[in-house]
Design a protein around this ligand. Structure first.
Ligand code: CA
Length: 226
């Protein structure tokens, strides 16, 4: 059951939020000022933080920046006053994931919360083992075996397969491969991705010219079909 933290100083708003989220089946923690809220977020490690901006002791921007500075990736939904466009921009700059403009309906609140929690569960769902026919790829051990034989894959090939497996059947673009697998330190081209895919197919596919698992998505990239 997800645990949510509400940091909001106005009691009626805090109570309304808590009631609505509890009715939806969430466990809810509350804090009435920025300092207490930050401490609670660090200690309790909630799955989502609902963060008001105007708060005593430490405002919402400062709470959010501090969470990010300390390396916490918890999704933050900022609650901003109506029409405060600058608030939204500053909030997103401070590392907030989304914002909700007061006054908002309960339906809108619940929809945003659901979307943020879903995004997080997608990110954390990493495949640890992948089976392609009789080939077994273990991402945590960085090993691949076919029957009793070891299949040698390079670190880049493991990373590419991991990206494909995490995408769960959705296409992965060449640009995304370059960003995640190569990073910004090297200057590879999209051709590099194609060459590595060819190498992966040669090692894993029964017929590399008619791939069964690593499919080409024309004009986009590649997709893993399991
Ligand atoms: Ca407030």
């Amino acid at each position: 059951m997800p645990r949510l933290l509400i940091i909001e100083d106005e009691r009626p708003m805090r109570t309304a939020l808590k009631d609505a989220l509890e009715a939806e089946g969430h466990r809810v923690l509350v804090a009435a000022d920025g300092e207490t809220g930050l401490a609670s977020a660090l200690e309790e490690k909630p799955d989502l933080v609902l963060l008001d901006i105007m708060l005593p002791r430490l405002d919402g921007f400062a709470v959010c920046s501090e969470l990010r500075r300390l390396g916490h990736t918890v999704p933050v939904l900022m609650l901003t006053a109506k029409g405060q466009v600058e608030d939204r921009v500053t909030g997103l700059d401070a590392g907030a994931d989304d914002y909700l403009v007061k006054p908002f309906s309960t339906d809108e609140l619940l929809a945003r919360v659901r979307a943020l929690l879903r995004r997080v569960s997608h990110q954390t769902r990493r495949q640890t083992v992948l089976a392609l026919g009789d080939t077994r790829i273990d991402f945590s051990k960085q090993t691949a075996t076919r029957g009793r034989r070891a299949v040698h894959l390079t670190a880049k090939e493991f990373a590419m397969l991991q990206l494909l497996a995490d995408a769960a059947g959705e296409p992965v673009t060449r640009e995304r491969f370059l960003d995640v697998v190569w990073g910004y330190t090297a200057f590879p081209t999209t051709r590099t991705v194609d060459n590595h895919v060819a190498s992966l197919r040669a090692k894993l596919e029964p017929d590399p010219d008619a791939p069964r698992w690593i499919k080409t998505v024309h004009g986009v990239g590649y997709r893993l079909e399991t």
